[in-house]
Design a protein around this ligand. Structure first.
Ligand code: NAP
Length: 337
């Protein structure tokens, strides 16, 4: 069946035709659970000084409602985003309206750095569940391998992420999280985590976009059956969000525009499709209904090898979110620029 679909997509792509939009497929995680291969992000982002944009209205709750109406079933939030309550309200509303059932949804949230002690994990998850108005999440992720004393970015406390992982395993065993995983770990940290426990991380969530294609981590995860979720999938594509020194391409890049034109798609759609074809699950965020629908409409075409090669050439290891304020932590996971 899979071969047939690929064949149809291939002929559609070479003939320049598109197929009717279809819903995202799911991927089977290494613990047997299914995860939709496309999701919706709910973080408002950093301002130009790397300070989180404050949550002042219900825009992300409205975004989640629009996303569910458009067909998204995988929603990504985190306790540090300060919007779990509005995400939860939107989920409850859509379930009450009969648009979706709880079991149709795949909801992720994340453990913040101030709750890394093993016995702090369950209370933090229970607080997230209360805000989300859920009895379980589908995926619980350690947000960073870094532990801090308070919710602020400093001071650090010396808690090994191996200890936090034991709390994550407790959460899975209690059924409060169906699957567990990590974000922002490097290969060495993943190896160490996996050696410390019989419980494999089901997912690694990492920045993945044209400038940061994560070849090493993707290969490691592929070899060890860990699914990769790609955050900040647009990277520095949009001028309003790109730092002044961020490398190209931007959304008006002529080569990107030519690829998009060839498939009768937009540049953001081509970028998301490319990530999907790399085996990554992208989780783009938007608060605009038209963009929410546009981003999801990528399941009726397939890029050819020529275009994939061009898109691959933009990789230069640049990070949109280097979190350099954590650079003096012994657990800082990234190469310093
Ligand atoms: P992103 O999804 O790559 O980009 C979001 C930006 O792109 C917003 O400014 C949005 O503006 C704009 N946008 C979206 N679709 C567009 C379109 N079709 N055309 C033009 N502009 C468009 O960045 P992100 O929010 O950083 O990453 C996605 C999600 O990943 C987050 O929301 C969060 O859930 C997760 N994340 C996780 C981590 C982690 O450490 N685990 C870190 C960062 C992010 P509008 O909203 O105004 O449309």
């Amino acid at each position: 069946m899979r071969r047939f679909i690929n064949l149809v997509l291939f002929f559609a792509a070479v003939s320049g035709h598109t197929l009717p939009a279809c819903k995202p497929p799911s991927v089977r995680l290494n613990d047997g659970n299914m995860m939709p291969h496309f999701g919706f992000g709910t973080w408002l982002g950093f301002d130009e000084n790397e300070v989180p944009v404050p949550v002042t209205d219900n825009s992300m709750g409205k975004g989640v409602e629009m996303a569910i109406d458009a067909g998204y079933r995988h929603i990504d939030t985190a306790s540090i985003y300060n919007d779990e309550d509005q995400v939860g309200e939107a989920l409850s509303k859509k379930i009450a309206e009969g648009v979706v059932k709880r079991e149709d949804l795949f909801i992720t949230t994340k453990l913040w750095n101030d709750a890394h002690a093993r016995d702090a994990v369950l209370p933090a998850l229970r607080e997230s569940l209360r805000r989300l108005n859920l009895t379980y999440v589908d995926l619980y992720l350690i947000h960073y391998p870094i532990a801090t004393k308070t919710v602020a970015f400093k001071p650090y406390v010396d808690i090994d992420y191996v200890e936090s992982w034991r709390g994550m395993v407790d959460a899975k065993q209690l059924g409060l999280a169906r699957s567990i995983g990590v974000c922002n770990f490097n290969v060495t940290q993943l190896q160490r985590l996996r050696a410390s426990s019989d419980a494999e991380p089901a997912v690694l969530q990492i920045e993945t976009n044209l400038n940061q294609q994560q070849p090493e981590l993707r290969e490691y995860c592929h070899n060890h059956n860990i699914a990769v979720i790609g955050y900040t999938p647009f990277g520095s594509l949009f001028p309003g969000r790109a730092k002044p020194d961020a490398p190209p391409p931007r959304v008006d890049d002529p080569q990107l525009a030519a690829i998009a034109g060839k498939y009768n798609k937009t540049v953001p759609q081509v970028v998301l499709r490319y990530l999907l074809e790399l085996g990554v699950t992208p989780i783009p965020k938007s608060v605009h209904s038209s963009r929410i629908s546009e981003n999801l409409d990528i399941f009726d075409f397939q890029l050819d090898e020529f275009d994939r090669r061009q898109l691959r050439s933009y990789h230069n290891n640049y990070r949109t979110i280097p979190v350099t304020f954590f650079r003096d932590s012994p657990y800082y996971p990234f190469e310093l620029p």
